[in-house]
Design a binder for this molecule. Structure first.
Ligand code: HEC
Length: 170
């Protein structure tokens, strides 16, 4: 091996290390984007997921809401499968309810308020019914304290429905 070959080998070696490092960095989960306690992030592409049902919260928040699910969750709803299989993800989007400026009795979505996520992983989240929770405002997770109440409310009221409130709107 001459000097040139050695140099070339070293250069290739160094650039391979660079590529590997870049890949590791790219796949490293961004902890700032994940919820406290559960480490749940906003799922990719959820805005294009199928609707499970709309919801309305009259008091005190006055919000319009939509619950959507990934393909696994939708399939479970369609077949009436409970508990939801691992990998199911449900997302609830919410907006302030605003009267339509064109027709007062109708409502339109105003400012977006929160996006909430539930991810099913029965092993990882065995302490919370198999669900990991995440609540986001402006794309960022809210604090730990707010995440402490997620499971207790879902557990108290819908334990017999795999901790999920929303039923399929047919
Ligand atoms: C005081 C009760 C309560 C608390 C606390 C609560 N939820 Fe919910 N959640 C509900 C209700 C009721 C629904 C049904 C949809 C609706 O009316 O908005 C719901 C629906 C959801 C859904 C859609 C799936 C389903 O179960 O219907 C997700 C996702 C969700 N909540 C996530 C969260 C997260 C994340 C937190 C904590 C930050 C949280 N929830 C805290 C009551 C609660």
């Amino acid at each position: 091996m001459n000097r040139f070959q050695l140099g070339l080998g070293a250069a290739i070696g160094i650039s391979l290390v660079g590529v590997l490092a870049a890949q590791i960095l790219a796949t490293e989960p961004n902890s700032e984007a994940a919820s406290p306690i559960y480490g749940v992030a906003l799922p990719e592409g959820f805005r294009r997921w199928e609707m499970i049902a709309p919801a309305l919260e009259a008091e005190p928040l006055n919000e319009l809401r939509v619950v959507v699910g990934n393909a696994l969750a939708v399939k479970a709803y369609e077949s009436g499968t409970l508990p939801f299989p691992d990998g199911s993800v449900l997302v609830k989007l919410a907006w302030k309810r605003v009267p339509s400026p064109e027709f007062e009795p109708a409502s339109i979505p105003g400012q977006a308020t929160t996006v909430q996520v539930m991810v099913k992983d029965s092993k990882k989240y065995s302490d919370s019914g198999g669900w990991g929770f995440g609540r986001f405002v402006d794309g960022k997770p809210v604090d730990r304290l707010q995440h402490q109440s997620c499971f207790s409310c879902h557990q108290a009221r819908v334990q017999n429905h795999d901790f999920v409130f929303t039923r399929f709107a047919k």
